[in-house]
Write a protein that binds this ligand. Structure first.
Ligand code: NDP
Length: 447
């Protein structure tokens, strides 16, 4: 089997040689899915995974806009339409200077499996720009979003492709993007998710990724007769996902001791409670400040510059910042300090070496495509509400989100249970996500 996997990866690498993040995501899937294909006659000999690693369409475009000094700026915009076998393309937009084709293709590829796992009819896509929103005025953000949508609007639509937020794209940006789409197309449709509550948004959507990540951690702990109550929780990031992962951890009586951003992390031994979290949400979402400012308000806490929080003692770790933020050494440190459960809020935050350490130690480890699927699942619920022209209550959406996370957990157990009873959630998520998409592709023929 190893030779078959190596040969497959070699073949994919020829076309994608300069895309390390994409190859990393493909490798993880190939290692678990190719052995499954080999054992199941209906998928064998159909080059089904080879078809899945090739995007159905890649769109790259110029985005020109004028900054507050009157200078003309040029950025690059992208949309990767990866797979539409089970529904319209669906996936976020990322605005960050690191954005390139490799990062967006890895995200789009993961999105295909994740969306399939949610049980909702959504294909996979991803997009964004190398635009850096940091330090830009609201007017600059608006001009950039409008310029970006003036091209993207040709390629998306409620039955074609429905983007959402990701790093650097929150409620403010979705508003500007939606405004321009509506003007250009002269239609009010559910073309973006993560919209504001008064213009088509869903309750719980802002909270959904973080809440879902914690619901998944709780399900994993429950499978061992344990729970989050009284557990020390270490979280990275301080954006949308991290904030609501912290909130739900606090609700479930975990003690959250860290949050971070790209400059370093804060450690609060007394725990970050609801009041302190409110301060952080205001600092990050309204004042657009840095996490280091937390220690000015709470001097008992410390700020550790330029480091990630994985050296701190914890029971549960929730990486919620970005890809490859937790490496093999970090994983060893977490294990040494007693960590028993890792639930990924970010996409591919753990490197291959880190995952291998977690698996060797047989701790609970959930890959982002399973544990952070609550965000896109609730986007799917937003699309349903838009089609129905109806809004569900907070309780209704939260209960559907919980049910979906439980279903994903069950699917991981179905396909990921090893002979010794250990649940390999990576294998479970990859195979469960694959089966639904592959069956649809087989039914639709070679297109
Ligand atoms: P935000 O932009 O709201 O927050 C991102 C956070 O991560 C910030 O604290 C940011 O710090 C930090 N960060 C970003 N890049 C780096 C880096 N290179 N090194 C260290 N820290 C970094 O994004 P989200 O919270 O929405 O997204 C976080 C992760 O969750 C991403 O991996 C995203 O793909 C994933 N995700 C998001 C979903 C959503 O619904 N929003 C859904 C599913 C997954 P700084 O401000 O310093 O840049």
């Amino acid at each position: 089997m190893k030779e078959k996997i190596d040969a497959f990866l070699e073949q994919v690498k020829v076309r994608n040689a300069h895309e390390p993040e994409f190859m990393q995501a493909v490798e993880e899937v190939a290692e678990t899915v190719l052995p499954y294909i080999a054992k199941h006659e209906i998928y064998n000999g159909k080059n089904i995974l080879l078809r899945m690693v090739e995007p159905e369409r890649v769109i790259s475009f110029r985005v020109c806009w004028v900054d507050d000094d009157g200078e003309i700026q040029v950025n690059r915009g992208y949309r990767i339409q990866m797979n539409s076998a089970i529904g319209p393309y669906k996936g976020g937009l990322r605005f960050h200077p690191s954005v390139n084709l490799s990062i967006l293709k890895f995200l789009a590829f993961e999105q295909v499996f994740k969306n399939s796992l949610t049980t909702l009819p959504m294909g996979g896509g991803k997009g964004g720009s190398d635009f850096d929103p940091k330090g830009k005025s609201d007017n600059e953000i608006m001009r950039f979003c409008h310029a970006f949508m003036s091209e993207l609007s040709r390629h998306i639509g409620p039955n074609t492709d429905v983007p959402a937020g990701d790093i650097g794209v929150g409620g403010r940006e979705i508003g500007f993007l939606f405004g321009m789409y509506k003007k250009l197309r002269n239609e009010f449709t559910g073309v973006l998710t993560g919209k504001g509550m008064s213009w088509g948004g869903s309750k719980i959507r802002p909270e959904a990724t973080g809440y879902g990540t914690v619901y998944f951690a709780q399900k994993m702990l429950e499978s061992k007769g344990d729970s989050l109550e009284g557990k020390t929780v270490v979280i990275s990031g301080s954006g949308n996902v991290a904030q609501y992962a912290a909130e739900k951890s606090i609700h479930l009586e975990g003690k959250v001791v860290t949050l971070s951003d790209s400059s370093g992390y804060i450690y609060d031994e007394d725990g970050i409670d609801e009041d302190k979290l409110k301060f952080i949400m205001d600092l990050k979402n309204v004042k657009r400040g840095r996490i280091s400012e937390y220690v000015d308000e709470y001097p008992n806490a410390k700020f550790v510059k330029g480091e990630t929080p994985w050296n701190e003692k914890c029971d549960v770790a929730l990486p919620c910042a970005t890809q490859n933020e937790l490496n093999g050494e970090d994983a060893k440190n977490l294990l040494k300090n007693g960590c028993i459960c890792v639930s990924e809020g970010a996409n591919m935050p753990s490197t291959k070496e880190a995952i291998s350490e977690f698996h060797k130690a047989k701790i609970l480890f959930a890959p982002g495509k399973a544990s952070n699927a609550g965000g896109v699942a609730t986007s799917g619920l937003e699309m349903t509400q838009n089609s129905l022209r109806y809004n569900w209550s907070r309780e209704e959406v939260d209960s559907k989100l919980k049910d979906i996370m439980e279903d994903i957990h069950d699917a991981c157990i179905e396909y990921g249970k090893e002979d010794d009873g250990y649940i390999d959630y990576v294998k479970g998520a990859n195979i469960a996500g694959f089966v639904k998409v592959a069956d649809a592709m087989l039914a639709q023929g070679v297109v």
